[in-house]
Design a protein around this ligand. Structure first.
Ligand code: ROI
Length: 170
């Protein structure tokens, strides 16, 4: 099977968020049939949703994978569990959230998965890390990440780390 470029959103606002994200990137890099192409900068962002919770740290990882979307989703959920994720409160604090944002140029709607991620266009803490990784990227419906970023609400992103590429371009 040919490899597909997949983009994973990372978020945490509990138990040393930056360390949670760094650990998650290491686990993503170790997934079967998968290479880590690059990781975005990490950003501090104000919470969307309930405000009575800590700021988040957000980022994204660019994978090149031969896993199917659902196999990749299973792997993401296993990593979340390994990081002690408990689904207590909708839109509440979490140790680690991994979202399958983009899978090649595919549009997927199933009971377990919506790709591109439903909230992608509305969240600067998702769009900016994606732009770090692939500034030319266009969604399956033809909208560019750059245009969406200009139009979306501002969550006061503050860059914490640099962008890091691990594979040569191509
Ligand atoms: N807010 C920010 N800033 N970052 C997130 O990753 C995030 N994730 C969530 C909710 C609670 C909606 N708010 C968020 O799930």
């Amino acid at each position: 099977m040919a490899a597909t470029d997949a983009f994973i959103g990372l978020g945490s606002n509990m138990a040393e968020p930056s360390a949670q994200l760094a650990g998650a990137v290491a686990r993503l890099a170790a997934l079967p049939k998968t290479e880590l192409v690059a990781q975005s900068a990490f950003y501090r962002s104000r919470p969307v949703g309930p405000q009575d919770q800590p700021d988040f740290v957000n980022g994204a990882a660019w994978l090149r994978t031969e896993l199917t979307p659902l196999d990749l989703l299973d792997q993401l959920q296993a990593i979340e569990l390994a990081h002690g994720r408990e689904r207590i409160q909708r839109w509440g604090p979490r140790t680690l959230d991994l979202d399958l944002l983009l899978y090649g140029n595919e549009a997927i709607i199933s009971d377990r998965l919506t790709v591109p991620h439903a909230e992608l266009a509305n969240r600067d803490f998702v769009l900016q890390p994606l732009l770090d990784l692939d500034p030319e990227r266009v969604l399956p419906d033809g909208r560019s990440l750059a245009d969406l970023r200009q139009q979306c609400p501002d969550n006061n992103l503050q860059q914490l780390t640099p962008v890091a590429r691990t594979l040569p371009p191509g």
